[in-house]
Design a protein around this ligand. Structure first.
Ligand SMILES: Nc1ncnc2c1ncn2[C@@H]1O[C@H](COP(=O)(O)OP(=O)(O)OP(=O)(O)O)[C@@H](O)[C@H]1O
Length: 231
């Protein structure tokens, strides 16, 4: 469903991605992991069209989409939960969710199902989103991305800075989404929690994909974790 090959990108004269590769099949949950500043968010921005790559290929459902405008990438079915929480603060929870509902696309995600996944959002549906707790806001941005009925949901550090119990809610939500056959790319630092849902890890080091394998394979290669993840 998504295939990234030989991707190069950067900011002005500073090149960040030198040779990124990433392949995600339908129904797979795939991770992108690596130390701080190695290019994970830059990879996501390049895939989403928020940053124009200099070389390489981004194929979505077999179609070359490198450098396409972000709205075209979203139309092709990619939904992003960006790093840092950004709900529309002056809208209620319900309005936030309805704002991203994909017009005219009969998808499986609607308000009712989002509230089923996150009952807390239903309880607070009339509350302005800027008054939500950090964890509730994170549930809201995940819900908002699902309302676009994406074929591929991308989560960039979705559990960063959250209390353990809220993190657990997000991971359980991902496990539910996986069991329902959703395709997900997750960027996170919690290897233990990721092992529950991830089919394949991709490790990035200085803008290059340097290793890929299952969580079990990674657990059997402590030298890889030590070298590239510093754990
Ligand atoms: N807007 C920008 N302008 C210039 N350099 C940037 C910009 N955004 C990121 N960088 C640089 O690009 C490199 C990769 O950053 P990126 O955010 O992709 O890393 P990351 O792997 O997602 O890191 P983290 O885990 O810390 O979020 C870093 O050296 C960073 O300083």
């Amino acid at each position: 469903m998504l295939e990234v090959t030989g991707l190069q990108a950067g900011y002005g004269l500073s090149q960040v991605l030198f040779d990124m590769h990433l392949k995600i099949e339908e129904g797979q949950v795939v991770s992108l992991i690596g130390r701080n500043g190695m290019g994970k968010t830059t990879t996501v921005k390049s895939i989403m069209g928020l940053l124009k790559p200099n070389a390489g290929s981004v194929r979505i459902h077999g179609r070359e989409m490198r450098g396409a405008d972000p709205f075209r990438i979203a139309q092709a079915g990619l939904g992003l939960v960006p790093e840092g929480r950004r709900a529309f603060g002056s809208l209620s929870v319900r309005e936030n969710l309805l704002a991203t509902a994909r017009q005219g696309k009969a998808g499986k995600w609607d308000l009712k199902r989002i509230y089923g996944l996150f009952p807390r959002l239903e309880e607070r549906q009339d509350q302005l989103s800027k008054t939500l707790s950090g964890g509730e806001q994170q549930m809201l941005v995940v819900g908002r991305a699902l309302m676009t009925n994406p074929n591929l949901l991308i989560l960039d550090e979705a559990t960063e800075g959250l209390a353990p119990i809220i993190r657990e809610t997000i991971w359980s939500c991902l496990a539910t989404l996986k069991s329902e056959g959703e395709t997900i790319l997750v960027i996170d630092k919690n290897l233990k929690e990721m092992a529950r849902v991830v089919d394949c890890h991709h490790i990035i080091e200085k803008g290059r994909q340097v290793w890929q394998g299952t969580p079990a394979e990674l657990a059997n290669r402590p030298e890889i974790s030590e070298r590239y993840l510093g754990v």
